[in-house]
Design a protein around this ligand. Sequence first.
Ligand code: COA
Length: 298
Amino acid sequence: MDSDDPLPASARWLPPDAFHGQRAFVTGGGTGLGLEISRGLAALGAHVTIASRSTEHHAGFLEEATRKGWSAEAVVLDVREDPEVRSRLQEFVNRHGGIDLLVNNAAGNFVCPAERLSHNAWRAVLGIVLDGTFSCSKYAGRHMIAAGGGAMLNVVATYAWTGMPGVVHSASAKAGVLAMTRTLAAEWAQHGVRVNAIAPGPFHSEGAQGNLWPDPAVEQRMRAKVPMGRFGNTDEVAAQCLHLLSGASEYVTGECLVIDGGLSLAPGRMWEPGERLQRRRRTSEESAAEDSTGESAS
Ligand code: COA
């Protein structure tokens, strides 16, 4: 991320007024993917409130917003605390007159063998990811329904359906959020409220790096399995989030967009690491043979 660029990389694909006048609430919006989404929304005209537990995570976004003239603010919130969520969202609506966009990005994760995971650890991750997403959706949803519409974006992961050793807490919670996405989409479509999700594969972000692949050897092994041969960048993932939140996706709801460089297409190592399909030019003899028989010679 280069915070001196006038336009964040994630925001280059939509018109400059894509979110003009819209009011967005982004949980975990001060770091990693949440920050990149917040920057993109603000650069494209939205008012953005970031919500996270630590004020340390607020400073970077607020400083950039001041420098670039974005409309932004930050609130302290632990999404596990349902009454807190209700109050922060009510205050947001009181201040701004409504809410158009909700991004449920706050998450907690670490690798731990399931048989050693304590109840508190399980609860911590389920509380943030599953309970937190529901509380935010419910209270923001009430306001959106009353106003006649809005859009929500949830962050899940491909391991919500493939499973992954070491993250039973996060995978279980994300699977719940995926079901929640589809259920709320079906339930609230009649009110004009769209609910979509993204499922990123591995991408570069400080949080994921520290929590999920602190060991370079693990990172290397994972990278080798990605058909596109690399991890994603945060701005590439954020760009898809902005697209799903924007008017470009007005008829899309209940969708979960996989952003993984093709990783989920290669379960069980169907492709060897680094292998690519090579297209070969046909020789003139092969072309002639095909012309005479009507069949491909290759
Ligand atoms: N391995 C095993 N258990 C762990 C752990 C780890 N790496 N990290 C935390 N825990 C356990 C704690 O030991 C505690 O359980 P215990 O009381 O039985 O000992 C429980 O999880 C809660 O931890 P605590 O630190 O008190 O909770 P918290 O609410 O402050 O932290 C977490 C929440 C656990 C999700 C924390 O990892 C976190 O905040 N992470 C940063 C955000 C993040 O992970 N983002 C996702 C990036 S992919």
